[in-house]
Design a protein around this ligand. Structure first.
Ligand code: SAH
Ligand code: MG
Length: 201
């Protein structure tokens, strides 16, 4: 596929996300993630939360040796992701699974697990998938700042639902900070906040 077509496909995906309120990773976060997969020679990614395939596509385009398996539970988004991956001719390197990541049984080992799904479930995703991490592998979690809500006072957040989510993201941060088996670096100024976790040896 020629480069100009790749760019125009990606532009279309980003426009679709904007038009349909789909929370794809922000540019700064994507730069971090794509640089990360190149630098660390990541070849095998498990992504939790495909949405319309944007971050999976960007990782695959960054590193031609990289394969992604990505899970999405929303049918409409999954269908859109299938379409986008086909348009970019990446079907041989991106495998999509239409299911709830908390309910399916996966196998295999991955050198990167990218957690970017329901923000209140991060501890559950981590616990469920940590044993699928290859030796020396990484777990990256997006939206540690939750669109800036993390820095707001509770009384400033009007919706009860939102307050609950913010609390859960704070719990997840503490869970990572206090974890005896895993070490985490928090990149609070990258995109919407990105955490990179590795297993201690
Ligand atoms: N990684 C994408 C954005 C994902 S948005 C990108 O940056 O391009 C988060 C997605 O996770 C949503 O589409 C939502 O439907 C999905 N999701 C949330 N909880 C999930 C679960 N338990 N299993 C599978 N997908 C889930
Ligand atoms: Mg995200």
């Amino acid at each position: 596929m020629v480069k100009s077509n790749i760019y125009s496909e990606i532009r279309k995906i980003k426009e679709y996300a904007l038009d349909h309120n789909i929370p794809i990773m922000v540019d700064d976060g994507i730069d971090f993630l794509t640089t990360f997969v190149i630098k660390n020679q990541i070849e095998n990614v498990l992504e939790i939360g495909t949405a319309i395939g944007y971050s999976a596509i960007m990782m695959a385009l960054a590193n031609p040796n990289l394969k992604v398996t990505s899970i999405e539970r929303d049918e409409k988004r999954y269908m859109e992701a299938v379409k986008n991956i086909k348009a970019l001719e990446l079907e041989d390197r991106i495998t999509l699974i239409y299911n709830d990541a908390l309910h399916i049984k996966m196998d295999g080992e991955y050198d990167l697990i990218f957690i970017d799904a329901a923000k209140g479930q991060n501890i559950n995703f981590f616990e469920k998938y940590k044993d699928h991490l290859a030796k020396g592998g990484f777990i990256i979690t997006d939206n540690m700042k939750f669109h800036g809500y993390i820095d707001k006072k509770e009384e400033e957040i009007k919706s009860k639902n939102l307050r609950g989510l913010v609390r859960k993201i704070k719990d997840y941060r503490r869970f990572l900070e206090e974890n005896e088996e895993y070490k985490t670096m928090f990149y609070d100024n990258v995109g919407d906040g990105v955490a990179v976790t590795t297993k201690k040896d």
